[in-house]
Design a protein around this ligand. Structure first.
Ligand SMILES: O=C([S-])c1cc(C(=O)S)c[n+]([C@@H]2O[C@H](COP(=O)(O)O)[C@@H](O)[C@H]2O)c1
Ligand code: NI
Length: 431
């Protein structure tokens, strides 16, 4: 499994993420094709940069009048650099000094979230890239709406800021999809602090309100960080929230590629870089969960129905353990084994079908013997059997009990003797 870990200890912005993914091997042609498919006036330029003597890749967004001739990622466009060290708002796309470059007019109006959604939907992007980009923009619109006390559909992005964000967001979506990652883990995110940045309506405190809303919704771990400026921009936070399958330390992996993305400025406090480490996962992650809850007030006649609904909902197993609870009450612990894919549905069954109002979740790792399914014949009756192998040896032959009962009824024989014959037949065939 290919896992990426994103190190945001110096913060994150759209262009830092884009630079890091391109540095790690994302295809610049694919990225530029995606970006200019959404808006032909957009392209991404890639160049080498150094931050505190660390080599990095700087990705810059270009907004120009004419469509990019060949989507050449290295083509240079004459432009005015608005960015380095200048405080700016969404309208100028210069968050945290991660400057963008504009040439041409770029337009002076605004684009609503609905308009941005429309152009992304109409661009003919690869499904995964489109979904990732739309998810990111939707998060950004929700966060801006929450920050300014309006509805998401009332959020307007200044024309140039919208183009910057489109290029960053679609570019990062295309780059991350092109790296064929199975799982992305994001570190604790440094937000920065100190002086205000300038938004379209005046001064904005750092961390920006939109950043805080985005990372609250994503339940991301954050820290102020070591630098007295805006280290994480709303676009960076929105992208991290979309990309992250989980947050935490670098998981066990064998490193395959690394990428270093540079931010626009080079402050003294910290190397202004974001890193991505891509590797082959070592040791399977815990993808199974056990839910547990203690229940003392459910009509006991309901339990069989609860257990069968849990199995129907995708639980691998569900069982009850009698316990003595607080206040000396006899009760049951309900335990449910479930894959993370089915976890949400199973949680809903527990909370709606029992009287529990809370539950515990434990990630677990399962070890299973190899197994296969076959059938044996007893007295002309077919009975399914499960054969388990461990270390190449057959360690168990288990007939399907319901089949044994059906066969015993059909043959007019005791269940125990048909069961014994089915086990013996299985061992004769498979050892
Ligand atoms: O202009 C507005 S409304 C604005 C709001 C906010 C909020 O957090 S709300 C933040 N900003 C600042 O804009 C720049 C650009 O951010 P990008 O994500 O587009 O790079 C950045 O400094 C934000 O803090 C503006
Ligand atoms: Ni805002």
């Amino acid at each position: 499994m290919r896992v990426a870990w994103i190190d945001c200890s110096a913060g994150a912005s759209g262009d830092m993420l884009l630079g890091a993914f391109l540095d790690a091997g994302a295809d610049p042609t694919v990225v530029n094709a995606a970006v200019s498919a959404v808006d032909p006036s957009l392209s991404v330029r890639v160049e080498a940069a150094v931050r505190h003597q660390i080599a990095a890749t700087k990705a810059s967004v270009y907004v120009h009048d004419e469509p990019h001739p060949e989507n050449d990622p290295n083509a240079a466009y004459a432009g005015t650099e608005h960015g380095e060290g200048v405080e700016g708002g969404h309208g100028h796309g210069v968050g945290a000094g991660h400057g963008h470059v504009h040439s041409g007019s770029g337009g002076g109006g605004t684009r609503s979230w609905a308009e941005v959604r429309g152009v992304i939907e109409a661009a003919g992007l690869d499904d995964a890239v489109r979904e990732r980009a739309l998810d990111t923009f939707a998060r950004l619109a929700r966060a801006e709406a929450a920050a300014h006390g309006v509805q998401p559909d009332a959020v307007h992005f200044h024309e140039v800021g919208a183009l910057d964000a489109i290029a960053d967001i679609v570019g990062v979506a295309a780059a991350s999809v092109s790296l064929e990652l199975d799982r992305i883990v994001v570190s604790t995110i440094a937000l920065g602090g100190g002086r205000q940045v300038r938004g379209q309506h005046g001064g904005i405190p750092v961390p920006g309100p939109a950043v805080l809303h985005l990372l609250t919704e994503a339940e991301a771990p954050v820290v102020g960080g070591t630098a007295p400026y805006e280290m994480t921009t709303p676009t960076g936070a929105a992208l991290l929230a979309t990309l992250a399958d989980e947050f935490g330390l670098m998981p066990p992996l064998r490193i395959l590629q690394t990428g270093v993305g540079a931010g626009g400025r080079d402050p003294v406090e910290v190397p202004n870089i974001l890193r991505v480490v891509i590797g082959e996962s070592v040791g399977a992650p815990a993808t199974e969960l056990v839910y547990e809850t203690n229940v003392d007030d459910l009509d006991p006649r309901i339990w069989p129905q609860v257990l069968s609904r849990l199995l129907q909902a995708g639980a691998a197993d569900a069982w009850l353990t009698p316990i003595l609870m607080k206040k000396g009450r006899p009760a049951h612990t309900l335990s449910v084994l479930v894959s993370s894919a089915n976890a949400e549905v199973v949680r809903a069954v527990i909370l709606t079908e029992t009287s529990a109002i809370g539950l515990r979740e434990f990630p677990i790792r399962k070890h299973a013997a190899d197994r296969e399914f076959a059938s044996v014949e007893v007295g002309g009756q077919s009975i399914h059997v499960k054969i388990a192998r461990y270390g190449g040896q057959v360690v168990n032959v288990q007939p399907e009990y319901e089949d044994v009962v059906t066969a015993a009824n059909a043959l007019g024989k005791p269940v125990k003797s048909v069961l014994a014959q089915a086990v013996a037949a299985g061992h004769d065939l498979w050892g």
